[in-house]
Design a protein. Structure first.
Length: 154
């Protein structure tokens, strides 16, 4: 089932990671989006059914009027380009670098398995640069060596 596919943590190799599970969840969301934007789906009755499902399934402070405005604009999303990017620890097997690294299991991290920025705990500069690049350009590449921004001169 789709729910089992999205929630599974028992994949082999990299498919068993939380990042792989997240990617599977993104596939399901994309499939639902694609189903919603097909012209055959859009009819007043189906939109009303969708509204009722959303209203009964999601806890939100969005008013009925705002939800109606949103559903009225769904057709505009039909040709929208949706992109995604993953911030992870990369893939050792394919030598794909990531922006995160596993921190040592020490009391500093409550002896837990924790991911931290690869340029150092608390230093999110490389991740911020990557996200900015993705939002403005898309298809950004994580380099093998970390890129640290040059300090601004005063």
């Amino acid at each position: 089932s789709a729910l089992e596919f999205a929630r599974s943590r028992h994949g082999v190799g990299s498919e068993g990671s939380d990042f792989a599970r997240s990617a599977r969840q993104q596939l399901i969301i994309e499939a639902v989006r694609n189903k919603l934007i097909t012209s055959a789906f859009f009819s007043p009755n189906k939109l009303l059914d969708l509204y009722n499902i959303m209203r009964n399934s999601i806890d939100t402070d969005v008013s009925q009027e705002e939800m109606g405005l949103f559903l009225n604009k769904i057709l505009f999303f039909k040709n929208a380009k949706i992109g995604s990017a993953v911030i992870d620890y990369g893939d050792y097997a394919t030598k794909k670098p990531g922006l995160l690294q596993l921190a040592p299991i020490t009391p500093e991290y409550d002896n837990l398995s924790v991911l931290i920025p690869r340029v150092g705990n608390g230093n999110f500069s490389e991740i911020k640069s990557f996200v900015t690049c993705e939002v403005t350009n898309g298809n950004c590449v994580v380099t093998q060596k970390p890129i640290t921004p040059t300090p601004k001169k005063k």
